[in-house]
Design a protein. Sequence first.
Length: 494
Amino acid sequence: MLQPFSYLPPKTTIQTDALSAVMASQAQVKLLLIAETERSNLLAQPEFAGVASQIALGQKAPYRLADERGLQLVVFVTPTPVLDHRLYQQARNWVAPLAGLKVAHLALHLAGFDDQNRALLAELALSTLLAANVSLPHHKQHADTHGSYQTIAVSPDCELDLTRIHAEAQGNGLARHLAVLPASDLTPQHYRTLARDLAKEEGWQWQEYDEAALGTLGAGAFLAVARGSEDNQAAIVKLSYCPTKPERQIALVGKGICHDSGGYNLKVGGSMYGMHLDMGGSAVALGTLLAISRAKLPIEVHCWLAIAENHIGPRAYKPGEVVTAINGTTIEVVDTDAEGRMVLADALAMAAQDKPDLLIDYATLTGACKRALGSRYSGAFSNRPAWLGELISLGQRSGERVWPFPLDEDYDDNLDSEWADLLQCAPGASPDHIDAARFLSRFVPEQTPWLHLDLSGFRNKGGNGVVSSEVTGFGVRLTLALLASPLGLDDQGV
């Protein structure tokens, strides 16, 4: 049974309370972030003597005090924090003791910081709390109980965009929710139904290109992958958020392979396990659309989901075939397990026809990228080289780190085909993450600013950024940070 996504963030309020008022409040849990400069003053208070004892015993933060007022978690933080992966790791540690607790009312208090750093830490802690508050679907008969906050009070007063923070948590939550659904639940048909229902709920425009429509359009790259399923469930779905007075238009494209067997190049040695997560790119695209929509950003968004499965059967596509993509490019198939770039090729070409100001695609695309970076980072490619330095900075600040790779034309030598316009991938050893990006670049006009994210960080033990779960939803927070930056505002990205 397909478990619907339903997450309403707890009611969050900004209050002027001093520490004494917070300690006297009815909140069952009080997360206290105290500047190191205030350590001595805090420890001198009798009610925090237990913290001094824990420090003397060499225990690590967060320090825990439990009494008739509830649970207090005390953390000492540098008064001028640097927003990078180390601070995100600390934030996940701050909220880790709350896992499994049933906490209706929580207070977040910050003391000893200037206005700017108080707002920075409050946003980080609140985002981490909201991410941990998302209940992911499961099929266990007896699962661990999951607490759900009803209210979060933040004090003292600080500048927070609560609408954006809540929307971001909902978008990331949707991405993770979809990704962990088993392949038995999230079939292509179920995925299409979910997308249509969500569009109705959110007031988005919805358009679906099924296999018959795609055949008429000549989307041969996508249909080559879809052929192996023989059930006509595959489709490219377009969802559009169109505010009244948009400041710009963007396109989001996501790889939505609900299960990847590898096709005739069958995955072996256990590598097929977990391939229901191969639709992660589409989940990030859809989650980003939800976040932008619920934040009511003045941006027109067209979200394209390339939804299919990669199966093996009599009609499945085979190495050695030549297929024609929707833009007329002929492709010599080399490896049926390189299906992601095939479905993205047609989806990108279709998305580019709207002439967006910015085109972003998300895909759990290549093992080469994960071998190069591990799962803490994701790979970034762009046809606007001037963006790359700022993308690194945005990744550090958003907690979703990216590292750029080259996209130079001479890598096209790896994709020279004797029989077609290009090879699907190189037959031998090659930097496949770069080859895949060069392949995809053939379907994006040079005048369209484009960012390709190879999501090696979509699944990471211990989490990433504000997210503690192994499935991270990597990309939603990064994209919102990007849209708030100068990148993509004009053709130069400056």
